[in-house]
Structures are given as C-alpha cells and as structure tokens.
Design a protein. Structure first.
Ligand SMILES: [Fe+2]
Length: 441
C-alpha cells in the first residue's frame, strides 16, 4: 500500500492521503521506538498509575481496528476477543498487568496487521464523503493523535520507571534569562486587553469534539506571565516554606500534601543546598531556567497564591494565543517556535522561543510543558459528543482540571491552541507546569 501511494502520479488532490499515510507512519515509528526494549521492561508495571508498555502498544492497534477498520471501513473484526482487554474503560491501569495481554512479539504482529488494512481503507476512502468519520480524514486524525497521546503516556511511564539510558535527548535553543532586569529586558508579564475572542473551533478538521463549537467569549483585561514558571521561581516558593504554609493551599490540596508528605515537585531530591532531579534515570542538578514540570494542579494553584497571582482560566490561556491555530499563526511549528515532538527529553529554558510568541507577547504557550489552568473540564455551549461519549463527555464536570498547550513530548498533530487536555488535580507524572495570571487593577 505504501508503494502504491509512492508510485502514484503527483496529483494535488491526493496530497491529503499521502500526508495522512506519512502521519500514520510517523506515529507508528515513534511507538515502536519507545517499545524497542527488553520484554521484561515492556510487560512490567512501572507504576500503578500506568499501564505496562505492552498494553499501550496493542491498545493503539485495537483502537485503529475499532475506528478505522470496523466503524469507517466496515471490515469484519480481526480479533474481537481482545477488545475487552484493551478497552480503557473496563480496566483501570493498575489492574492491567493481570489481564491476559498479548506478549510483545504478538502485539507488534497484531498492530502491524491492523495497520496494513488501515492503509487499504485509506486508499479506498473518499475524503469528501460527508460522513463525519470520513470527511477530511477525521478518523485517521483520530487514530494518529490517539497514538501520539499514548506515545506521550509511554514517555511518562519510562520516566516513572527511572531506568537509565532508554530515552533520546537532544539540543534545544538557549533561553533569555528574565533575571536580567534593565533596559531592553522583556517584562515578565504581558497584558491582554478586555474584549471578545473566539474560543474553540468549527473548522480544524482533526479537532476533537471537546474543542467545538467555536463561540464568542468576552473577557475583562488581565495580565499573563510571559513565560511558564521556572524551576528557579518554583524553588523560591519551596525555600520560603510554601509547602508548609496552609495559607497558600486549597483545603483539599493542603490535605493531600500533608497526607502524602509532599514537599517538592515529583522527581526532585534535596542535594546539599540545591535540588537535583531524576530525568529518565539520570540524576542532574535542577536547571533553574527551565519551566518547572511534574507539579500537580494543587501545587500550581498554591504557588500562584504565594506569588500574589492566580492560575489563568482556560479562556484566558486561549485568548493569549490570538485566535490562531498556533500563537504565531496557522503555519506548522518550526524548530525555533516551539519545543514539541520529543526533540529533547525536557522543556527548553524560559525565553527560548521569541519567534513563537502570541500577538500579546506571551511565549512558550505551545510545547515545553502542559499548563494547568483554573478551569474544570466542561463542555462548550452547544457541545455535541463525537464520535463517542467516552472521548470527552463522560469526563465533564468538577473532577478534572484543564491543561493547555502540549509539552515537549507532545507531537505537533496533537498540539494546537484549541486542544484541551484534562487530569485529576493531584496528578504529577504528566509533563505539566503552569504560568500565572492576575486581573488588571
Ligand atoms: Fe487510548
């Protein structure tokens, strides 16, 4: 099938299919790279918060089978007997190691068999078909993004494993350290004036149901941090006794840090006067100029209160992006605009991406770290569940907080200014940090 695509006469009408095939291949290369490990590392559960990696691997194939082959392609189920095992709703992560999972070799065979048929469906599909699953290749976008989201989850699992030497690292641009206060230094906050903006999207073909529909939101003016909060900033909160001072915490957050004895971000260890961190099995000093990551919503919320600020709402976060697909416009991210797609295994220093700034001057909104917002994960007015309620709808309410912007581990296909992620306010294994906001006074 890939050969057939390659041999085709160049025809611009076929470009989307070639693009989709390339995106499918890129996601699969990534999943296979993250699971190119000893079987023992794949079947072991590294944390009760996470699945064994071999579960994620077969699950992405099973998801493709359900959505592309059965729903969009009308193909008879290949392995209906394993559907239950790979249904994320039936088995919480902590229980997955006890399931009769496919072994690593069998999982690789299964997902590659599914993929071959997926490419046949792609070859035959009419992207102009008004069926919402097929129109614009939505179902392929669904599985590509899904696979990349699992790839990011696999990275979180590998980080939790603390096994050294498994993860590729790389170079990132240098930061512009904001401590250089003085003439010419950028201010640490940007101002977003009052007025309406369009939140969400009706037009991005691969956007999820929870990003729709586009709707007008009117906000008063506010200040937003130009950059995410850095490790250095956060260490000052720790040094000031922030974790031991009840004033800064929501009651539930205070209860949680007290009960768990939490006194620093996950993976930080005190070393003499400073902090070290475990990053994919390597111990290293915590770099003060990188955005802080592995903090929960409760920690982000407490820091903001200590700093005399608050977390932005997700509307405030999105408005700072100026109503574009990316803060800089609608063009795909360049390497000098955002740290996405695992170029390196860490966030870039604060100030590394002036070329990625939004229209009001906020930087690093996309990539580096997911940013906690103050908002609960709720539907937009006029929300309609598609293609299934378990994608978004069952999570709406006052249980999950919204995160925005994607991290260094997020692939560009799953990063855009309208993309909404959500998690429990106690979660710290995700690559999440935050920035602060405050009202105009
Ligand atoms: Fe999934």
């Amino acid at each position: 099938m890939r050969e057939r695509l390659a041999q085709r006469e160049p025809d611009p009408r076929h470009a989307p299919k070639e693009l989709i095939a390339a995106e499918l291949a890129a996601a699969r290369d990534r999943s296979l790279a993250y699971t190119d490990l000893e079987d023992d590392l794949l079947v072991r559960q590294h944390s009760p918060l996470m699945s064994p990696l071999v579960w994620d691997l077969a699950h992405v194939g099973n998801y493709e089978e359900l959505w592309v082959l059965r729903e969009a392609g009308g193909i008879t189920p290949l392995r209906p007997e394993i559907d239950d095992i790979y249904d994320a709703f039936k088995h919480p992560r902590k229980n997955r190691p006890a399931l009769p999972l496919l072994g690593p070799a069998e999982a690789r065979r299964y997902i590659s068999g599914v993929r071959g048929r997926v490419l046949d469906v792609l070859d035959a599909v009419d992207l102009e078909d008004p069926d919402p699953l097929r129109a614009g290749g939505f179902v392929f976008g669904l599985v590509v993004q899904h696979e990349h989201q699992h790839d990011e989850t696999m990275l979180a699992t590998l980080q939790l494993s603390r096994e050294p030497g498994l993860i590729r690292d790389g170079e990132l641009p240098p930061g512009r350290v904001p401590s250089a206060v003085g003439a010419g230094a950028p201010s640490r906050e940007v101002f977003v004036p009052s007025g309406p903006f369009t939140m969400g999207t009706d037009t991005l073909p691969w956007a999820y149901d929870n990003e729709r529909p586009a709707h007008l939101v009117n906000l008063p003016g506010y200040w937003l941090d130009r950059w995410p909060v850095s490790n250095g900033d956060y260490a000052a909160f720790v040094a000031d006794g922030g974790y031991g001072d009840r004033r800064w915490w929501r009651p539930e957050g205070w209860e949680w840090v007290s009960a768990k004895g939490i006194h620093a971000p996950l993976f930080w260890t005190r070393n003499g006067d400073g902090w070290w961190r475990d990053r994919f099995g390597r111990m290293e000093p915590v770099p003060s100029d990188e955005p802080v990551q592995h903090v929960s919503w409760y920690e982000a919320d407490a820091y903001a209160r200590w700093a005399g600020k608050r977390l932005p709402t997700e509307a405030e976060w999105e408005k700072a992006c100026g109503g574009r697909t990316f803060p800089w416009g609608d063009a795909e991210p360049r390497a000098d605009q955002a740290n996405l797609g695992h170029r390196a295994a860490r966030p870039a220093p604060v100030g590394a991406y002036p070329a990625g700034a939004g229209p009001y001057g906020a930087e690093q909104l996309i990539g580096d770290v997911w940013e906690w917002t103050s908002s609960w994960f709720q539907p937009y007015p006029g929300f309609r569940s598609f293609p299934y309620a378990e994608y978004s709808e069952v999570f709406f309410g006052e249980t999950y907080r919204v995160l925005r912007g994607g991290s260094w581990a997020t692939h560009p296909t799953a990063a855009r200014t309208t993309f909404r992620n959500w998690d429990y306010p106690i979660r710290r294994q995700i690559f999440a940090g935050f920035r602060c906001a405050r009202g105009a006074r």
